[in-house]
Design a protein around this ligand. Structure first.
Ligand code: SF4
Length: 234
């Protein structure tokens, strides 16, 4: 596993679970508002130096009484060749697992869902399918996104879809298109984009026009709420 960062504690990243977070290195998307640019671009990130697998497993062994779960996030975790053995090992220690993914590799999700490995999955939906070329390389097959959504809705124990709401990726029309794609989903989270962090494209957060007001976010919540069971602005 290429691990770019590790956070020892979090009360907010895994619903109802006290967890630590493993940040995997590398991503196949380039969202301009990405809050983990170092994980995408190639150096390191994190709140401590625990970035090797052996050190992380040692930490997990010692914290069994205090921690309930582990969040695997990125970057994009499904790019890691040894992700599944890594998940198995953590699960074998008795921890709950949450996986964050951009949904680009449904074939990996399919293999993960063949075993009782993950307890919760969050998938980012960046925009409607025809606009994915704004954040993905030319050769990317956008049907992968639809396949991942279908797999998650059919097979995940618990899940949420998430969208960071910024222009030009989101609008009323685009959210309605996304809504049709996730119709019947259990949970959809709309996130405001923080402007007080380092992002992949620093020019992006300087443009006021890229951001939505609280009122607009509420309107988006109501729109996506027509298609899913629960919608929330976070
Ligand atoms: S936001 Fe997620 S999918 Fe987009 S570049 Fe950053 S890590 Fe990759």
């Amino acid at each position: 596993m290429k691990i770019g960062g590790f956070q020892k504690n979090s009360l907010i990243d895994f619903p109802k679970t006290i967890a630590c977070i493993v940040f995997t290195q590398g991503c196949n998307f380039f969202c301009p508002y990405c809050h983990n640019p170092d994980l995408v671009a190639g150096s390191t990130y994190g709140t401590c130096n625990l970035k090797d697998e052996a050190g992380i497993f040692e930490f997990l062994e010692k914290r069994k009484q205090f921690l309930e779960g582990v969040v695997i996030t990125g970057g994009e975790p499904t790019l890691q060749a040894d992700l599944i053995p890594f998940l198995r090992k953590i699960k074998g220690m008795g921890y709950k697992l949450k996986l964050d993914s951009n949904g680009s590799r449904p074939e990996v999700l399919e293999r993960i869902f063949q075993e009782p490995l993950i307890d919760f999955i969050s998938m980012d939906i960046k925009t409607r399918l025809i606009d994915y070329p704004l954040v993905v390389p030319e050769k990317f097959d956008v049907s992968n996104i639809r396949d991942s959504i279908r797999l998650i809705m059919e097979k995940a124990l618990a899940y949420e879809f998430r969208t960071t709401c910024v222009r030009p990726f989101i609008s009323v029309e685009i959210l309605n298109d996304i809504g049709c794609m996730v119709k019947g989903a259990k949970s959809y989270i709309l996130q405001k984009c923080s402007r007080n962090v380092t992002v992949l494209d620093p020019g992006f957060i300087k443009k006021d026009l890229n951001f939505f007001s609280d009122k607009e976010m509420l309107e988006f919540k109501n729109i996506i709420g027509k298609y899913v069971v629960t919608s929330m602005v976070r």
